[in-house]
Write a protein that binds this ligand. Structure first.
Ligand SMILES: [Zn+2]
Length: 117
């Protein structure tokens, strides 16, 4: 009597190949998702920097301040400011800078075009 010793319909090589293919596909998807999430966080941060700069401009106009005047962060955002205290999605910290200087984020990849040009 002849017996079949194979446990499944696939050989070890086929299972190994399929496993490596699935790992490769998952790796590519993770790289794409991570890149997209990084760009999204950067976009949110740059938008916040733009809002901080706009609020500084309004504050300077309302208070007769000129370029180089220092502004407290509490005057720009918070309870007495123009909007709630912002937070960088990558846990960076904001430096609002004096009037006339664009605000910055401590994350090295959150640099507005206004500064790089
Ligand atoms: Zn940031």
């Amino acid at each position: 009597m002849k017996t079949n010793h194979r446990l499944s319909g696939f050989t070890f090589g086929e299972i190994l190949g399929l496993t490596l293919l699935l790992i490769s596909i998952v790796g590519v998807v993770l790289v794409i998702v991570a890149g997209t999430m990084k760009k999204e966080r950067q976009s949110v941060c740059l938008s916040t920097l733009s809002r901080i700069n706009a609020a500084k401009t309004i504050f300077a106009h309302e208070n007769g301040l000129t370029n180089g005047a220092k502004v407290a962060a509490s005057a720009i955002y918070g309870e007495r400011g123009y909007f709630l205290r912002p937070s960088c999605p990558s846990k960076g910290t904001y430096d609002i800078k004096p009037i006339g200087v664009y605000p910055t984020c401590s994350c090295p990849w959150h640099i507005p075009k206004e500064i790089t040009q």
